[in-house]
Write a protein that binds this ligand. Structure first.
Ligand code: GTP
Ligand code: MG
Length: 197
């Protein structure tokens, strides 16, 4: 499914102009620069479906991609980017959080955590929000290529331990590298299973 036809539907700058909620939707959330847009490109094997940048704050809207009338995928602005103008950061965060809380067709959220940094305070806020809204989510570790295997293994364990306290979290964490195409098959399979539920 993810390697088949895909089309860009729209970028929504506010919750007033979201596309219809008739297809199951999966969203990619995470701190600025964690690699959300890169992961979408790697998963779909499209070089630049989603826009990637070295500068945090690249994705500024909710970008919707449709797969063969089966599913929507959403690339979201990052949260927690302190250097951008305060008002902008606040507006993005508000949009992302309200979307996550209120979108009725949201089948799962993938919360991305940088393999070098682990879970941060604003990630915990998102976990809590999704627990409270009873939205199922799964953690994806990104940029695995940037960390040595033993360090990464320890970090992974810490994340899994932390997730046990969260009711809506899927217990298993998927380790990825968009650069090395690691973990893509696992993540594609998880998404495919989800659509069968
Ligand atoms: P915002 O839209 O600004 O929130 O960022 P984002 O989460 O969409 O991150 P993006 O995909 O734009 O990637 C940010 C930076 O990290 C870019 O310079 C990417 O090339 C780099 N990056 C993303 N994934 C990986 C990875 O797996 N490995 C390495 N080494 N770099 C990565
Ligand atoms: Mg992005």
């Amino acid at each position: 499914l993810l390697l088949g036809p895909v089309s860009f539907v729209m970028g929504a700058a506010s919750l007033r102009d979201l596309p219809p909620d008739e297809l199951p939707e999966i969203a990619f959330a995470g701190r600025s620069n964690v690699g959300k847009s890169s992961l979408i490109n790697a998963l779909t094997e499209r070089g630049n479906l989603a826009r990637v940048s070295n500068t945090p704050g690249r994705t500024q809207q909710l970008n919707f991609f449709r797969f063969a009338d089966r599913m929507m995928m959403v690339d979201m602005p990052g949260y927690g980017y302190a250097e951008a103008p305060k008002a902008m950061v606040k507006a993005w965060q508000k949009m992302v959080f309200s979307y996550l809380r209120g979108r009725s067709n949201l089948a799962r959220v993938y919360v991305l955590i940088d393999g070098r940094h682990g879970v941060k305070e604003n990630d915990r806020e998102v976990f809590k929000l999704l627990d409270d809204a009873a939205v199922s989510y799964q953690v994806v570790v990104t940029k695995a290529d940037k960390e040595k295997a033993p360090v990464l293994a320890k970090r992974l364990q810490a994340i899994e331990t932390e997730l046990r306290r969260h009711v809506a979290a899927y217990p298993e964490v998927i380790v990825t590298s968009s650069r090395k195409m690691r973990g893509m098959e696992t993540l594609r399979a998880a998404i495919a299973r989800l659509l069968l539920e």
